[in-house]
Design a protein around this ligand. Sequence first.
Ligand code: NAD
Ligand code: TDX
Length: 338
Amino acid sequence: MTEFSPKNILVTGGCGFIGSNFVHYVVNTHPDVHITVLDALTYAGNIENIKGLPEDRVTFMHGNICDADLLDRLVPGHDAIVHYAAESHNDNSIANPAPFLETNVDGTFKLLQAARKYDVRYHHISTDEVYGDLALDDPHRFTEETPYNPSSPYSSTKASSDLLVRAWHRTFGVKATISNCSNNYGPYQHVEKFIPRQITNILEGQRPKLYGDGLNVRDWIHTDDHSSAVWTILTKGVIGETYLIGADGERNNITVLKSILRAMGQPEDAFELVKDRPGHDRRYAIDSTKLRTQLGWHPQHTDFAEGLEQTINWYTDNRQWWEAAKAKTEKRYQGQGQ
Ligand code: NAD
Ligand code: TDX
């Protein structure tokens, strides 16, 4: 197998949670690679996430992936696009779906057109949510063969974008791969998401908020393992293929919350049950056999208790990073009864 060795990568959404962790990962592990970050700095993007990285390794471009003229200026000269930029939060997609259609569908369309026009390798970051959900007692997990069945405005726009990628590969020969990953956790995750919301609630003296009965299951993976998987697929993946990324981390929400409470010295029952999310997916579970056996990837950060403790320490030590966003986010949740 000949490996692809990109030297000049365009990373969209590189100021968000997972994108910025990928930028750090590449800077730390591949000294011969230059990265251009294209990010619109929405409420979820923060330039602080890539601050301090060497200027000769990382260039920042403030802009929107829906801007085709900007892509015409930016894409030539890059040998790969890794597309993370998205509206990423299910609850927001229920409150206001429009930006999800624009960024996730139209933005992906614009990037695919640019990848096609300039013949640039394209890797598409997607989610396990495109497959819908599983029952708690279902013995199966999602595989690359599972039919698409998204539930929310967010996941349906991600599913749409995946289908565009498949069509642009088949019809126009775009050199594309797709990865669908499970729930990530780690540093730089926006406080609207489950784990950071609960940690920062406790740090602010508020009780954590659990949706519904708290028995919904998510398949947790450390964001550094997501980064190594994406790098593996970008460099060794077969063009036109989809790879599922997961680290066998299934846990229900109440178990995760009790682990956070224990680790932060709180009683295990110090939380509130709040209104459930409409259409709330019950369980996600990834079978990542294809990625492991065909490309030789394995997760390294599978000690969840240790990863959680590091994440708690990061939010404890970086209050200035999240305090402003926290106030706005909780106001929004309050309006939704959550
Ligand atoms: P995030 O919301 O933290 O970051 C998104 C980033 O994209 C932000 O920096 C934002 O400013 C930028 N952005 C948004 N709209 C843009 C636009 N129109 N043009 C340019 N930049 C724009 O998201 P995340 O959690 O880091 O997710 C990144 C990607 O990974 C998404 O594609 C998401 O669907 C996927 N994903 C996320 C998870 C998860 O657990 N969070 C799991 C699987 C896949
Ligand atoms: O306050 C909360 N209380 C709660 O019980 C929040 C914010 C969430 N939850 C529940 C809902 C989910 O069952 O926790 C679980 C995780 O919720 P989110 O962090 O919102 O993640 P989820 O909806 O599972 O989607 C995430 O993983 C897949 C990312 O946000 C997506 O971008 C990714 O595609």
